[in-house]
Design a protein around this ligand. Sequence first.
Ligand code: ISE
Length: 344
Amino acid sequence: MTVRVALVGAGVMGSDHARIIAQEVSGAKLQVVCDADAARARTVGDSYGTTDIATDPLATILRQDVDGVLVSSPDDTHADLTIAAVAAGKPVLCEKPLAPDAEACLKVIAAEVAANRPLIQVGFMRRFDPSYTAMKLALDSGQIGRPVMMHNFHRNVSVPDFFTGQMAISNSAPHEFDIARFVLGVDPQTITAFQGKGATAISPVCMVLETEAGQIITIEVNNTAAYGYDVRGELVGEAGSIDLVTPAHARLNTALQSATPLAEDWRPRFAEAYRAQNAAWIKSIETGTPDRRAATAWDGYCASVVAEAGVKSLEKQARVAINPVEKPEFYKRLGEKMREGALE
Ligand code: ISE
């Protein structure tokens, strides 16, 4: 079976998804590239082997020759396009965030629950990264004992002018919110977010999340780090710890220095994660079974709930409780089946 994919949104990340679908994933075909800007759709289509381009996302989703939809359009369009794909009965891989706020995520969830079929995967690709996989394995196999702390550092070289400290929480940190839930297997109960006194609007934001069992998750997001894209992390257990190692293919030794390169943005650092994520999505369309690592719409909602509480905490300068709605039965059953690795 070849899964014919419609890419909706051909910006920086959309263009990378087009490359991955066209060149790195077997069983998939880049069928059509849709973007509000026809010239951009054409450029991405030409680069990755399709002359089929479109500018109307809803019509594209409905096409008979489209089996799966990859949503990589601006954040505020994600929810509506994902709901349209679900209504058409088509599997959708939606870039993070699932929606800009938790309430909109709940509308997406309602659509999937009504369809009563798992159709949505959210693009939290770190779940497929080999270094985070090793971290989760070390914990699950008991090698580091009971987890007590998870430290996270997330640094971007720079961000566009419109970025704020709040966006460090709502746009960047959701990766950490999600991967902490995934690795630890629990939901945080509170979040405290703060910036230093002399901070500029976008300079580092620090967050501390606490779980019911008393585990502490620390997150630093620095969106003006200047020196390179740098994501670090350490999981500390009672019997040991495991930290992420940034992949490098070579180290240059010269002039009394030894150096490995850093990327300009997240794409090279998480190249393998994106590839594995997209391959797992295509496979799940072929088999009808979501990959056990995949982020569901419920996970997308949870990340948004934590982000909203984080933004509130930054405003109020206080610890804020994280209060998601009751998990729908559909996602409880789906979670069990995904853990078993089997879905009918
Ligand atoms: C961006 O939107 C992403 O999703 C990147 O993965 C992340 O590293 C960056 O901080 C976000 O702004």
